[in-house]
Write a protein that binds this ligand. Structure first.
Ligand code: PMP
Length: 333
């Protein structure tokens, strides 16, 4: 099995499925799982960070699991695990795989049963919950250089309000195609537009634009309200930077002093080229760099945020230990 950029996912050894930890090759998942055919699943992307030899934290674990449960609820999927049990399960996956700096992928999906779209009046489809984790250092794999993005024709339109808050597997076909088109034409990623032709978000990240020292970001009607976006807004306010959430048009992006993307996987990633236009000086901008550095300290619980009162639950200590010593004994229901 390979991870991103062709590198093997060496640590992806044990996966948590419905309360049991199994070797990746021994998972009892049917090829007739509904989600495989229709994309009926919801997922999360979470990161853990080591903060020195003895400390390791999962960043904003509760917020991610809460969003997972909300996404599942939007699709009418009922899980047999509580918010607390899922948080414990994440810690178990990290421990059993001896992972510290990890990317964690919970996935709730519709299993085998009815094969049509109606899963409520025929055979029962089991709702599965899976948690995997692996080392995934750099999402874009670009080693510190700025990203080039293509503002293509791809739109991020949610036909029903509230759906933008759902991380549903099926939504990612648009992102996949927009990203594919960007890569095929020599860019690192694509910017997707909203219904009015304004900037919505990147294929798996939110977008920020710097103009005259102010930070602009699109509202979230046509974008996922990213947890990193929220963290970055808090960091910027802490730095005394004015943050405006509103319409961001393509011209503002082309003429911006700085542009960056935010997401759990890509963290804070500078954009130095939009279509054929060079952004600012063509190098990582100073505000982007300051925010990216602060972000790296915050995720490791090294920088208190004074302006926000609700951050005390952002860091969940892990109990990573050697795999052979692992025996959680935890009951998940
Ligand atoms: N938009 C999309 C479409 C995404 O997939 C992601 C990644 N989850 C984001 C934005 C950023 O969200 P977060 O900061 O919560 O990871």
């Amino acid at each position: 099995m390979e991870g991103l950029h062709g590198k093997p996912v060496r640590h992806l050894m044990k996966i948590w499925l419905d309360g049991t930890l199994s070797d990746i090759g021994a998972l009892p998942i049917s090829s007739m799982a509904h989600a495989l055919h229709y994309g009926t699943g919801v997922f999360e992307g979470i990161r853990s960070y080591s903060a020195g030899p003895t400390e390791c934290f999962v960043f904003r674990l509760k917020d991610h699991v809460t969003r997972l449960l909300r996404s599942a609820d939007t699709l009418g999927l009922t899980l047999s695990f509580s918010l607390n049990a899922l948080q414990m399960a994440v810690l178990d996956v990290l421990a059993v795989n001896a992972l510290k700096d990890a990317y964690i992928r919970p996935l709730v999906f519709v299993g085998e049963g009815a094969m049509g779209l109606d899963i409520h009046s025929g055979p029962i489809n089991r709702i599965h919950t899976l948690i995997a984790a692996w080392e995934w250092r750099s999402y874009f794999g670009i080693d510190g250089r700025g990203l080039s993005v293509k503002v293509g024709e791809w739109k991020r339109c949610f036909p029903k309000s509230g759906l933008n808050e759902t991380k549903a597997s099926g939504f990612y076909i648009d992102s996949f195609l927009a990203h594919l088109d960007a890569k095929r034409t020599g860019f690192d990623d694509a910017i997707m537009l909203d219904d009015n032709g304004s900037v919505a978000e990147a294929t798996a990240a939110n977008v920020f634009v710097v103009h005259d020292g102010r930070l602009l970001t699109p509202r979230t009607e046509s974008a996922l309200p990213g947890i990193t976006r929220d963290t970055v807004i808090a960091i910027a306010r802490e730095l005394g930077v004015v943050v405006e959430e509103g319409e961001v048009c393509v011209e503002q992006m082309l003429e911006a002093d700085e542009v960056f993307l935010t997401g759990t996987a890509c963290e804070v990633a500078a954009v130095t080229k939009v279509n054929e236009a060079i952004v600012g000086t063509g190098h990582v901008g100073s505000l982007t760099e300051t925010i990216a550095k602060s972000y790296q300290r915050i995720v490791r619980n090294r920088l208190p945020l004074r302006v926000r009162q609700d951050t005390n639950q952002w860091w969940t200590p892990t109990r990573v230990m050697a795999r052979r010593e692992f025996d959680s004994g935890i009951k998940y229901t």
